[in-house]
Design a protein around this ligand. Structure first.
Ligand code: FUC
Length: 851
């Protein structure tokens, strides 16, 4: 008996680090995962693991986010400068078919593919039954996956996590009786590999990645290895070390087998030969053994409890910043997560499932994007396919950006960092693409998708490839979109130093390229992009379909957003006045928005929209979200037109498309419509039915977003959207509860961020604000908009800060209402809308209550 108490004390002791936990922040299941989309994801930004939770056989599917096919290959196309004038002429002549045909001569190869690393397989000497009391979960409170079951009268437990501070995956196996932990451990991979068991309780897998992996969609399915072991294609390794308490460990062939232990701890590290995005002379791949072995040697002397303590405190420092409470349905929380998801379709009554989904989105970003890691790709860092859908690459015409929509407003600014690091690489390669493909010698450009090697050239394959479509390939706008993230990061953090050293040079480069790319229209006085697409959609006119034309609304909106950011940044930094003037002049000449014959926001240069079009991309609404040019208050006609476009397209679509729609309806201040789409996004998708479609998205049993197939962007986009329903700050003020749906009558959110570097807590009751707290991170004026009259209490200090102390003021310098240093209420006229402004002091909290 004593023995039992001891064993459990060891594993519980490790859990004690997380004092305040929410018992409902768990994804849990009553059976092991069969399909991959039932397994539970762990990650530390680099190492990814999917935990299946089998009784007889446990599988951990492993990833390393630097393991890709291929090698650095810019894929630039020197045909470009000759062909571009011909494409432009065809567009100006109205021959859009010829323009698209010509564009194909400007394409280059596809991106590399993100690859699965391998598997850790544990096999136990049990019958393959569930046992009793089977339970597995992913606890979002401490980023740990646990499996528990009783078989043969013994209760077994396995806990697993991936540590960011210690760069290791850890598994701990315990039982409630002594000497009961026995299993064999093996490492495998879907790529070329071999495994060696060594005397010191170690397994080492050595593998080689293919130099080429074809499109999943293409025939024949091709995976090509370089037969020369030193040739192209990455090398990778996995190191595993087993530490037992009691019992024995033996080598058996290329496996390790443990017999009769009281408890076992497994340490796993991995590495690839990736040595940076570019290959310069003397910079070949590195030896992955050095990294994996060093990481293992550092931690093998530490105990499970020590490593877990560091893991949990590192994770909680990020995760615990935000708390959401939308109420709890007691019947629903008693059900396993997959059953809850199925039930939601009928009842729609499970607000806590929405809270869980929200916090899962934040969890996934912490797990897939940490300082120093690569940015989250189409599947974050989790992929089990050698030919993953769309290469699991960086698709930059929505997906990569959507991955980061939640980074700032859900208070995970640090997790945005990998995107900025990636942009620095894109700017290097993109300057070469600008020169080779377009003969543009200033700035940088990047196209529709990218990869580990920061590929910037237009993809789509060569002229003769029927799959390469100009409707997605002909899109040199990704650098522009990414650059808007730099300005947003500054608005949320107020970090001027960073803006100067990192943000501004990148956004300036993106703008420089575009000043050369823009061209005077032939029939209007405006500056246009030519050629131009509206990502992946086509123009249908008089029975014909066109891919390429000029000045799509998305292009022009992206440029407006970037140019505005460059103008503001150079003003904030008091630099580059001449360049600012040049950008301002171009800004003033950009082809404007048009409202079309159906009252819709025109997607194209002409009034060519089809009101029956249900295409998943609605890129022409960029200005409404994530951009900030279209707002209900400041540009009501454009907002109404955007709403008309949304109504035409309908609600149901792919996962990411629905996530975008949640954000748009939130910006239109229609909380019930946003909520309706959020509910649609909870449609249960059965992972056993292989469906890859361009519509009908939803959620898999493990709460991964289903395009389908799995794509992580929908998780991130929906989490951003929920935040946007509760707080907005894009129009020069903080709007509290701008799109609160009827279904969330009472609740609270704590620790989200607003532009101006304000941290915000809001509590509401009966659909109305009860109390809000605003913590000022940078000082300066704070403006808030509410739907009920409010007052500030507990304002402890009142020195009026210099107006320029707060980025919000600089961003939207126009103060349209009376300035009031005593924090008086200023109505802005429209019934039910109240605007107030007050000076804040850095670090102070301001409490706002109903009047
Ligand atoms: C774009 C989208 C698809 C998918 C792919 C990864 O091509 O149109 O829906 O998300 O990216």
């Amino acid at each position: 008996m004593k023995r039992i108490a001891f064993l459990f004390a060891v594993s519980l002791g490790a859990v004690a680090v997380s004092a305040q936990t929410d018992p409902h922040l768990k994804l849990w299941y009553a059976k092991p995962a069969k399909a991959w989309e039932e397994a539970l994801p762990l990650g530390n930004g680099k190492t990814g693991a999917m935990v299946f939770g089998g009784v007889k056989k446990e599988r951990y599917q492993l990833n390393d986010n630097t393991l890709w096919s291929g090698f650095p290959d810019g894929g630039n196309n020197p045909n470009g400068p000759t062909v571009l004038p011909e494409v432009r002429k065809a567009v100006f002549d109205g021959d859009y078919i010829k323009a698209a045909d010509l564009w194909k001569k400007m394409q280059g190869p596809y991106s590399a593919r993100y690859l699965p690393l391998g598997n850790l397989l544990l096999e136990f000497p049990f019958a393959d039954t569930l046992g009793t009391g089977y339970y597995r979960d992913l606890d979002l409170n401490n980023a740990t996956a646990t499996v528990r079951y009783t078989t043969g009268g013994v209760q077994y437990q396995r806990e697993t996590f991936t540590s960011f501070p210690d760069k290791v995956m850890m598994v701990r196996l315990t039982a409630n009786k002594g000497k009961q932990v026995s299993f064999t451990a093996a490492l495998t991979s879907k790529l070329h590999y071999s495994v060696k068991a060594t005397a010191n309780n170690q397994l080492v897998l050595t593998g080689k990645a293919p130099k080429f992996v074809a499109n999943r969609e293409s025939e024949p399915q091709q995976v090509v290895y370089d037969e020369d072991p030193k040739g192209e294609g990455m090398n990778f390794v996995i190191y595993l070390y087993i530490k037992t308490e009691g019992g024995t460990v033996k080598q058996s062939g290329d496996q390790l087998s443990v017999t009769g232990a009281d408890a076992v701890t497994i340490y796993l590290t991995e590495a690839t030969s990736f040595n940076g995005f570019n290959r310069s002379p003397g910079k070949e791949g590195k030896d992955p053994n050095t990294e994996a072995k060093t990481n293992l040697d550092k931690v093998r002397i530490l105990s499970w409890a020590q490593i877990k303590q560091r893991h949990v405190s590192d994770y909680q420092a990020l995760f615990n910043r935000v708390k959401l409470n939308l109420g709890t349905n007691e019947d629903a929380v008693k059900l396993p997560t997959d059953d809850r998801l199925r039930r939601f379709a009928d009842t729609k009554n499970d607000n806590q499932l929405q809270t869980l989904y929200y916090q899962f989105g934040r969890y996934l970003l912490i797990a897939s994007s940490r300082p120093g890691s690569r940015p989250a790709n189409l599947q974050g860092i989790w992929n089990d396919h050698v030919q993953p859908p769309w290469g699991s690459n960086y698709t930059t015409n929505i997906n990569t950006e959507m991955n980061y929509w939640l980074a700032e407003n859900t208070n995970l600014s640090e997790c945005h960092q990998p995107l900025f690091d990636f942009m620095k690489e894109l700017a290097v390669n993109g300057a070469v693409t600008a020169k080779v493909n377009y003969n543009i010698r200033e700035g940088w450009v990047t196209h529709h998708n990218s990869d580990l090697w920061a590929k910037t050239s237009p993809p789509g394959g060569f002229e003769w490839d029927p799959k390469g479509m100009p409707r997605w390939s002909c899109w040199p706008m990704a650098g522009v979109w990414f650059s808007t993230h730099l300005w947003e990061h500054y608005l949320y953090t107020g970090d001027k130093k960073w803006l100067q050293s990192t943000g501004y040079p990148l956004m300036k480069g993106a703008a420089q390229f575009m000043l050369h790319w823009l061209i005077k229209d032939k029939t209007t006085p405006w500056l246009v992009t030519n050629p131009s697409t509206s990502p992946e959609n086509t123009i249908k006119l008089n029975g014909k379909e066109y891919q390429v034309a000029l000045a799509s609304t998305m292009d022009m909106s992206l440029l407006r957003e970037l140019f505005a950011a460059v103008i503001k940044t150079s003003t904030v930094l008091n630099t580059d006045a001449a360049f600012r003037k040049q950008v301002q002049e171009a800004y003033d000449q950009l082809y404007p928005y048009h409202i079309g014959q159906y009252g819709q926001l025109q997607e194209w240069y002409g009034d060519w929209d089809d009101p029956k079009d249900k295409h998943r991309h609605l890129s022409h609404l960029f200005g409404l979200y994530p951009g900030s040019q279209i707002t209900v208050q400041q540009t009501p006609e454009l907002a109404a037109a955007a709403k008309q476009s949304l109504i035409h397209r309908g609600d149901v679509s792919t996962g990411w498309s629905m996530a975008w729609k949640i954000n748009w309806w939130a910006r239109l201040q229609d909380g019930d419509h946003a909520y309706k789409i959020l509910s649609d996004a909870f449609t249960y998708i059965d992972p056993n039915q292989t469906r890859e479609t361009m519509g009908g998205g939803g959620t898999y049993p493990n709460l991964f977003d289903a395009h389908p197939p799995f794509q992580i962007d929908g998780n991130f986009g929906a989490t951003a959207g929920i935040t946007e329903m509760l707080l907005q700050s894009h129009a020069g003020y903080l709007s509290l509860l701008p799109a609160l749906p009827t279904a969330w009558a009472a609740g609270s959110i704590k620790g989200i961020k607003a532009r101006g570097n304000f941290m915000v807590d809001i509590q509401w009751k009966e659909g109305k604000l009860a109390v809000a707290k605003i913590i000022s991170g940078s000082g300066g004026i704070c403006r808030i908009k509410t739907t009920t009259p409010v007052k500030i209490v507990e304002v402890k200090a009142n020195p009026v800060q210099g107006a320029n102390a707060n980025p919000l003021n600089i961003a939207y310098g126009k103060v349209v209402y009376e300035k009031n240093p005593q924090a008086k209420l200023v109505s802005i006229g429209k019934e039910g809308e109240y605007m107030m402004e007050f000076p804040t002091v850095k670090g102070k909290t301001y409490t706002i209550v109903n009047q």
